[in-house]
Design a protein around this ligand. Structure first.
Ligand code: HQG
Length: 189
């Protein structure tokens, strides 16, 4: 994806996850927006995206952040919303462990409160350590927390997986978190 498409993709993330009203639109209850309305609203804000360009962004996006509906008349972000939407995801059994990347300076608060969703609709988890490190690095010196996902499920916590493979849950109490060391193996709790 070239730099111009990355910029357009970031703009679309902002609109489709957080601030549809910034281009004068609202998402429907399941997060969808009409493609033609979206492109014309973006153009009015000076962000020119042709239908072909949108197809390219959806197809080549590194995390497959966006998805079309079946007849490709609507589009939505697959996860990451702060706007309240119901993606109609079904509870799904997670693997034994999932991972969350964060930054060192958040650790003491996470130890106190567990992983909280903050402004987003869910806590975001990945099935691999490498992704977690990349996510953590966005916030500072990265740290990976292993989430005892199966134990959580056995104790009644629900997990969902988005269309683009991100694992989601509401809250992870710190008792289910184990800090990984820098080589990706766990250290003592
Ligand atoms: C931290 C990206 C203090 C949490 C990624 C994180 C992801 C706490 C930050 C998606 C805390 C929130 C989401 C607590 C959690 N005290 N800090 N109790 N509990 N935190 O950006 O998970 O590239 O809202 O560890 O791939 O970093 O945008 O969430 O550091 O899937 O598609 O609070 O965004 O996807 O930060 O990232 P964020 P995130 P995209």
């Amino acid at each position: 994806m070239d730099k111009k498409d990355i910029k357009r993709s970031k703009f679309l993330s902002m609109v489709l996850r957080h601030l549809p009203e910034s281009v004068g639109l609202t998402l429907d209850q399941n997060g969808w927006i009409d493609v033609r309305k979206l492109l014309s609203a973006c153009a009015k804000k000076g962000v020119i995206i042709s239908p072909e360009c949108l197809e390219r962004i959806v197809e080549t996006n590194d995390k497959k952040r966006f998805a079309f509906n079946e007849d490709r008349t609507k589009i939505r972000a697959s996860q990451g919303h702060s706007v309240s939407v119901d993606l109609l995801l079904k509870p799904t059994a997670p693997p034994e462990y999932l991972y969350h990347g964060t930054a060192m300076h958040f650790l003491s608060s996470i130890q106190n409160r567990g992983l909280v969703k903050g402004r987003r609709q869910h806590v975001h988890l990945s099935h691999d350590v490498v992704t977690a490190i990349q996510v953590g690095r966005r916030h500072g010196d990265p740290v990976v927390l292993k989430v005892l996902a199966k134990d959580m499920m056995d104790n009644g916590y629900l997990f969902y997986v988005s269309d683009n493979g991100v694992w989601l849950t509401d809250h992870v109490p710190s008792v289910y978190l184990v800090q990984e060391d820098r080589k990706g193996t766990h250290s003592d709790r």
